[in-house]
Design a binder for this molecule. Structure first.
Ligand code: SF4
Ligand code: SF4
Length: 379
């Protein structure tokens, strides 16, 4: 671990992501179980952690409200730090930025944010940011004392990250998608993005170190490798420890939904040691095992979607079937499936015309796969 001084060096390394809070039985995503959240927050703070992460969009705006009720109205301001994020969807100019920011201050009950991010930027958002004065607005918020540090959360390839950091030395931190399974992934590029931040000396926060719960619930063959190596450690422990071993880390965020998860994560993150060479070799074996599991060989070319009368997002659905094979995280797969098909194009909408199968270069039995997906994810 780096001995260098950097922003957030002394922050306890587990952050509480407020994007998957518990909801009331039978309620929607907006009906947060605030009494349970208060208990989770109490335990998190009591164990010495401080970092909370929310965003304008989480829980349809209710995550920010929950932060106010569970944290801001119950604890002194010096007990915690908060990150909030500016969405870039539908932004047309400065007035939109200011309206959203003022709404965030109101919802959270805060007078300032410790860290403030442009939410989920990538190649596609750079033009919007330039046109709407997004970078200037961020600098202005800092000058007005309304945010202490500025950064962004990032979901694109490392080359784009390099371009942004070269052009924007005002960026003080970046939130990355990072975990040991996606370390060498061509699409997520965890390692390359991490190395890019190191190159610019920019500290990081990590979203989804347990990959939305997937690395806590992997295929039994992969879990067995970890259990054989260290019987008293859980798969979630290894996912967190991998991230905790990285340089210039401010905090690993975990989107916690239960008191048990807060209990486990706060316990395992205490006094976390960096990984040894032997530990790394075991994690490599886990990744190899996951890669060797029989998955559907879809290349993501999207030819199947061109003429689909029901606009079914087949490549994304197949990806979730593969995720389920590897991680057996049905809750996570259902959540991703629900987001993908929330506005239509469910697997069960398929009318069996087989236009997709005619165009699939991999000759995949798409209609059968969609039936399987409907059974698994729509139940
Ligand atoms: S068979 Fe189903 S998925 Fe394929 S093109 Fe027809 S409706 Fe779409
Ligand atoms: S056409 Fe076949 S290989 Fe290409 S994305 Fe669709 S299912 Fe996957």
């Amino acid at each position: 671990m780096s001995m260098q001084n950097y922003l957030g060096k002394d922050t306890p390394k587990l952050g509480f992501g407020l994007m998957r809070l518990p909801t009331l039985p039978g309620g929607t995503d907006r009906d947060i179980d605030i009494e349970l959240v208060k208990k989770m927050v109490d335990l998190f703070l009591e164990r010495g952690y401080t970092y909370f992460d929310t965003a304008f969009m989480y829980h349809g705006g209710m995550s920010e409200e929950a932060l106010r009720q569970a944290v801001v109205e119950r604890y002194p301001r010096d007990r915690y730090t908060v990150t909030d994020k500016m969405p870039l969807w539908d932004i047309k100019g400065r007035e939109d930025y200011e309206n959203i920011f003022q709404t965030q201050l109101k919802r959270t009950g805060l007078e300032y944010f410790d860290y403030y991010f442009l939410h989920g930027i990538g190649e596609g958002s750079l033009e919007t940011l330039d046109k709407t004065g997004g970078w200037d607005y961020m600098k202005e918020l800092k000058e007005r004392g309304l945010v202490k540090h500025i950064g962004f959360s990032f979901h694109s390839p490392a080359a784009c990250l390099d371009k942004i950091l070269a052009a924007h030395p005002e960026v003080e931190l970046v939130q990355l998608q990072l975990n040991y399974v996606d370390w060498e992934s061509e699409s997520v590029q965890s390692r390359l993005c991490y190395e890019t931040c190191q190159k610019y000396n920019v500290p990081i926060t990590i979203m989804e170190p347990i990959r939305g719960g997937s690395l806590a619930a992997m295929h039994p063959d992969a879990q067995k490798i970890l259990k054989d190596y260290a019987p008293d450690k859980t798969p979630a422990y290894w996912a967190l420890r991998f991230c905790a071993s990285l340089n210039r880390l401010i905090a690993c965020l975990s989107g916690m939904s239960t008191l048990e998860q807060v209990e486990e994560n706060t316990r395992v993150m205490k006094d976390m040691e960096p990984l040894s060479e032997a530990d790394r070799a075991v994690l490599d074996q886990v990744v190899k095992k996951l890669d060797s599991l029989p998955t559907i060989p879809c290349t993501g070319c999207k030819y199947c979607t061109t003429n689909c009368p029901k606009e079914i997002p087949t490549p994304g659905i197949i990806h979730q079937l593969n995720e389920y094979t590897k991680y057996q995280n049905l809750t996570g797969a259902k959540r991703s499936y629900g987001m993908m098909t929330g506005r239509g194009g469910k697997a069960s909408d398929c009318v069996g015309c087989k236009s997709c199968e005619e165009h699939c270069p991999q000759h995949l039995p798409i209609t059968e796969l969609l039936k399987k997906a409907a059974d698994l994810f729509e139940g």
